[in-house]
Design a protein around this ligand. Structure first.
Ligand code: NAX
Ligand code: ADP
Length: 274
């Protein structure tokens, strides 16, 4: 296989969304993030804050009822709605442009029903973490819910659960095949994250830093991707830009980085890109 393009701002800088003089928040896009239960809300809060920081006009965490008071006490600009049933979740997701699902969602039937509910709406999806692992050994059930507006963000462990043995072909070839097989954009995370589109496009991200190897870092990335999708970037370009920004944010902060620090670096990342 020939060497694929390095992910570089020159490829997508001109596609980044900037608000115009008359823009209102709804025009900047609406992002949803599905939270786990009351002891598992941090991942969704990280993703939601990242989505706001990267420019989504409005971000709403969608949570089971027990988690509502926990989340509401811990967010300001991020909004919160609770749902009792998958049908109620679908009603909440319907008006949104993109929904992030999977971080700290739980390896449960409820997570699968919630994924099916949001997949049945017009919102694009960023599928991460538990919403990937849940489909170990039956990836076809997941792919049947996805289309080319959706993004999956597996680390290598999650990738292996969905595509056993495929990594032996090399990370780039594996990501390309995964995107083709799933019909969605695949972000294979790691030191050099590979972004592969269902149409065969592929980029390798090379500005990563090991300071990103910290709990919740991937949750922030999922929120960044969703935050760019809601602003109108197509999934492959949104994923490319988000992966680069995430790594740039990590490098700017450096030693001592925890996931909470990443969204706070995004204003500087954006200012330099602009
Ligand atoms: N603040 C939070 O609330 C956070 C919640 N998180 C959630 O916590 C739950 C459990 O997370 P876990 O870390 O156990 O799940 P993982 O699927 O990340 O890890 C389970 C196992 O997978 C393997 N693995 C992990 N990362 C790998 C990699 N990069 N390459 C190869 N193998 C790898 C390891 O053997 C690990 O023990 C998930 O729902 C996750 O989304 C995490 O995202 C961390 C932050
Ligand atoms: N050594 C590394 N070098 C560069 N990037 C890394 C490294 N380790 C992890 N990352 C990045 O950090 C993020 C970790 O995501 P993930 O494993 O899903 O963590 P979590 O589930 O805790 O949120 C990914 O974006 C990955 O590319």
């Amino acid at each position: 296989m020939t060497a694929s393009a390095s992910n570089d701002p020159a490829l997508w800088r001109g596609l980044l969304p900037w608000p115009g003089a008359d823009t209102h928040k709804h025009q900047r896009g609406r992002l949803g993030v599905v939270s786990g239960g009351r002891l598992n809300t941090g991942a969704a809060r990280l993703a939601a804050r990242a989505g706001l920081r990267v420019g989504a006009g409005l971000v709403r965490i969608l949570c089971p009822p027990d988690a509502g008071p926990v989340i509401a006490a811990a967010v300001e600009a991020v909004m919160v709605s609770d749902f009792e049933t998958p049908e109620a979740l679908a009603d909440l997701a319907g008006p949104l442009d993109c929904v992030v699902i999977g971080p700290a969602a739980g390896l449960t039937e409820a997570t699968e029903r919630n994924l099916a509910a949001v997949a049945g709406t017009e919102a694009a999806l960023v599928v991460d973490a538990d919403a990937l692992t849940l489909f170990k050994g039956r990836a076809g059930d997941l792919f049947a819910m996805l289309d080319d507006r959706d993004v999956m963000t597996p680390h290598e462990g999650e990738f292996e659960r969905l595509f056993p043995g495929l990594l032996a072909e090399g990370r780039e070839a594996a990501a390309v095949e995964a995107a083709r097989a799933s019909g969605a954009t695949v972000v294979l995370k790691g030191r050099e994250t590979v972004i592969a589109g269902p149409d065969g496009r592929v980029r390798v991200n090379r500005n990563g830093t090991p300071w990103l190897a910290t709990a919740g870092s991937g949750d922030v990335l999922a929120g960044l991707i969703g935050g760019l999708i809601v602003q109108g970037m197509e999934p492959f370009e949104a994923a490319s830009a988000a992966v680069w920004m995430h790594a740039d944010a990590g490098g700017r902060f450096g030693p001592g980085l925890i996931a909470e620090d990443l969204p706070e670096q995004i204003p500087a990342v954006l200012a330099d890109l602009r």
